[in-house]
Design a protein around this ligand. Structure first.
Ligand code: ZN
Length: 272
C-alpha cells in the first residue's frame, strides 16, 4: 500500500508531467462502480472534458487533481492502485484520462479498492475535515506538540501512528522503521513514552520521511511512479520484513509479531 512518501512522490511527478495539459475525455473499463461509487460517469465526462489540469496536490494519502473547471478529483490508491502516464493502456486499467499533447493518465488497480471522488471547488476546503485526515507527518509544520497530542492514547504505538485520522502519512513500513530508529519497542502504549522519547521519535519521523521522499518511496510489489520506475528506499529498511535477519546495530535476530491484525518488526535488544 502506498504510504505518505510514495503518494507524495507520485504527486510530485504528476505535477511536473500533467499540469497545464487539457482533458480530452474519460474512458472507463470495468469496476467503474467501485471506483466512482454513485457518481454518474457521463455527467463527469461532460464536466471535465476541455478543462485544464491546473494543480496536483496531496491531502493525506489522496491525490488531488485540480481542474480549471473548478472540479477536484480526489484519487485514493488504497492497496494496489497505480497511476501511469503512458501512451498504451496498462494492465488492470480502471480509468484513462485522455490528455492533449501526448501520453494519457491511467489509473490501474489489480484489487479494485482505489476510489475517485469528485468535489466542487466551493466544497473542497472542507475536504480534510470531512475525510477526518489527521495532522500531516510530511508537512514542514508537523511539530513536537502535534506528536504529543497524537500520542495521548492508551492504544499500542503502531495502532496510533497508523490511525490516519490522528496522524497521516505513516504506514506500516515507516512506523516500524521509525520505532527502530528511535529505540522504542513497538508493543508499548502510546501514552507511556517519556518526553525524551517523544522528542526522539518526532526527530526520527521527520528524518525518515524526508529520506524516503528523497528516494522516491519504497517498492515491495505494486508501488510505481507515474513513469513506471520503482522507489529506492527499500535498500535503507532496517527492520521491516527483515525478520530472522541480524539487527544492523547489535546483530541479534529481528523479530516479527502480530499486533492488531498487522505485523510489527523490531529488535528486542535495541528497542525498549
Ligand atoms: Zn538490535
Amino acid at each position: 500500500m502506498p504510504e505518505g512518501p510514495e503518494v507524495q512522490s507520485i504527486v510530485t511527478d504528476l505535477h511536473n508531467l500533467i499540469v497545464g495539459r487539457r482533458i480530452l475525455d474519460l474512458v472507463t473499463y470495468d469496476y467503474t462502480r467501485r471506483l466512482f461509487g454513485e457518481i454518474d460517469v457521463d455527467c463527469l465526462r461532460d464536466k471535465t472534458a476541455g478543462s485544464k489540469i491546473v494543480g496536483v496536490t496531496r491531502r493525506g494519502k489522496n491525490i488531488i487533481l485540480q481542474l480549471s473547471s473548478d472540479v477536484y478529483l480526489a484519487i485514493h490508491l488504497r492497496m494496489t492502485g497505480q497511476m501511469f502516464l503512458r501512451s498504451d493502456v496498462p494492465k488492470y486499467c480502471r480509468l484513462t484520462i485522455k490528455l492533449d499533447g501526448g501520453e494519457d493518465l491511467h489509473l490501474a488497480d489489480v484489487r479494485t479498492f482505489a476510489t475517485c471522488e469528485v468535489w466542487d471547488a466551493k466544497d473542497f476546503e472542507t475536504f480534510e475535515a470531512q475525510k477526518k485526515i489527521g495532522v500531516d507527518a510530511l508537512s514542514p509544520s508537523f511539530s513536537l506538540r502535534d506528536l504529543k497530542t497524537v500520542l495521548q492514547s492508551k492504544r499500542l504505538l503502531p495502532a496510533v501512528l497508523l490511525d490516519q485520522t490522528k496522524i497521516s502519512g505513516l504506514g506500516n513500513i515507516y512506523v516500524n522503521e521509525c520505532l527502530f530508529e528511535s529505540g522504542i519497542h513497538p508493543l508499548r502504549k502510546a501514552n507511556n513514552l517519556s518526553c525524551d522519547e517523544i522528542k526522539k521519535l518526532h526527530q526520527v519521523i521527520v528524518k525518515i520521511l524526508k529520506k524516503a521522499i528523497e528516494n522516491r518511496g519504497t517498492t515491495f510489489s505494486d508501488y510505481r511512479l507515474p513513469g513506471g520506475e520503482i522507489g529506492g528506499f527499500q535498500k535503507y529498511l532496517k527492520v521491516f520484513r527483515r525478520d530472522g535477519e541480524p539487527c544492523v546495530k547489535c546483530k541479534q535476530s529481528i523479530k516479527r509479531k502480530k499486533s492488531g491484525g498487522r505485523s510489527v518488526f523490531y529488535c528486542s535488544n535495541c528497542q525498549i
